[in-house]
Write a protein that binds this ligand. Structure first.
Ligand SMILES: NC(=O)c1ccc[n+]([C@@H]2O[C@H](COP(=O)([O-])OP(=O)(O)OC[C@H]3O[C@@H](n4cnc5c(N)ncnc54)[C@H](OP(=O)(O)O)[C@@H]3O)[C@@H](O)[C@H]2O)c1
Length: 307
């Protein structure tokens, strides 16, 4: 066998192994109840409190309700006091758990001393780094984003810095207790370079790399750290897209994705969104990156937002 032949044999074998691993982990999703079993006390065994950034609406709100339903007290953080108080009241009434609210704007630089102070002394078992913003609701090329200078700072502070700083605040307690769960919300679209959402996608790639590296560092300490990368979820961010086979309600998405918490350092959170990730990654980038496709995307979202 000459060198070229050997190279192609090894390349073929590597491709087969790669797809076998992908298929096996996909098939495992159908047996999550058995393979990734969580006892009913799993979350309460991690600690008494869960902290959810952006917890007053959308996916964060759904995490707050779900984790309270599983017996944790909740700390919710976002900008609007009225919304936080209302959600706190509803969680308290429906689950009987304690809820603490912290008003914080993650686009700002200097919120963390106050947050650290407010979280002091709490036995935090779960952190959901959920808060995230789009630079622009209408898909736009980088230089076409309105107030670009300001938006660059806001997106990096909110989507990147918040996750790192909240981990810095919460992780030491988890390390000391030798247990904890950190869920970091990325996005399905970050699985390929997505023009018109360039800054958003790049910030979510940061979320994934940070999360996966951190999991490798702290796995041995008993801490589960997972990136969750949804596609469509019906929330204010997506203009409350009508739920269907592909677009999930926030409540359904959170409930489903928590089943895969032990399925590895990254999950799309549902079988349907996993398939979408596969499809998106198999579309040639020349198509996704073509001007025609970018125009179609902008027209589609424009029409939807306008309607
Ligand atoms: N929805 C989807 O289809 C989808 C898909 C992929 C990934 N994601 C990701 O999932 C996460 C949650 O998305 P979502 O759709 O639930 O978002 P959302 O509907 O826009 O909800 C955002 C939450 O974050 C808070 N928030 C917004 N800006 C904030 C800021 N600067 N500082 C503090 N809190 C802030 C909001 O409350 P206030 O406005 O009162 O501050 C609200 O509680 C994000 O990271 C997003 O990128 C969403």
């Amino acid at each position: 066998m000459d060198v070229m032949e050997l190279f192609f044999v090894w390349l073929g074998a590597a491709v087969v192994v790669f797809y076998v691993i992908k298929i096996v982990s996909f098939v495992k999703m159908f047996y999550s109840g058995v393979l990734f079993l969580q006892p009913a006390s799993f979350f309460t065994s991690m600690g008494e409190w869960a902290v959810v950034t952006g917890g007053s609406d959308g996916i964060g709100r759904a995490y707050s309700f779900e984790l309270a339903g599983r017996g944790l007290n909740i700390v919710i953080l976002s900008r609007t006091k009225d919304k936080l108080d209302q959600v706190a009241l509803e969680i308290g009434q429906t689950t009987g758990q304690k809820v603490k609210v912290i008003v914080a704007d993650f686009t700002e630089d200097d919120e963390y001393e106050q947050i650290q102070e407010e979280l002091k002394g709490l036995n935090i078992g779960v952190l959901v780094n959920n808060v995230g913003i789009l630079p622009s609701h209408i898909p736009s090329k980088f230089l076409q984003i309105r107030n670009l200078t300001q938006r660059i700072t806001e997106v990096i502070n909110c989507n990147v810095k918040a996750l790192v700083k909240m981990s810095q605040i919460v992780l030491p307690g988890m390390e000391k207790r030798g247990k904890g769960v950190i869920v970091n919300i990325s996005s399905g679209v970050a699985c390929v370079p997505s023009p018109m959402y360039t800054m958003y996608c790049a910030s979510k790639v940061f979320v994934e790399r940070f999360s996966q590296g951190l999991q490798a560092e702290y796995k041995e300490k008993g801490i589960v750290i997972q990136t969750v990368a949804p596609f469509g979820v019906s929330t204010p961010m997506t203009g409350y897209l009508k739920p269907n086979l592909v677009t999930m309600t926030a409540e359904d998405f959170v409930r489903t994705s928590l089943k895969y918490l032990k399925a590895g350092d990254k999950t799309y959170g549902s079988i349907c969104h996993t398939i979408m990730g596969w499809i998106l990654q198999s579309v040639p980038l020349q198509i996704i990156h073509s001007e025609r496709m970018q125009d179609c995307l902008r027209e589609y979202v424009n029409k939807r937002v306008g309607s």
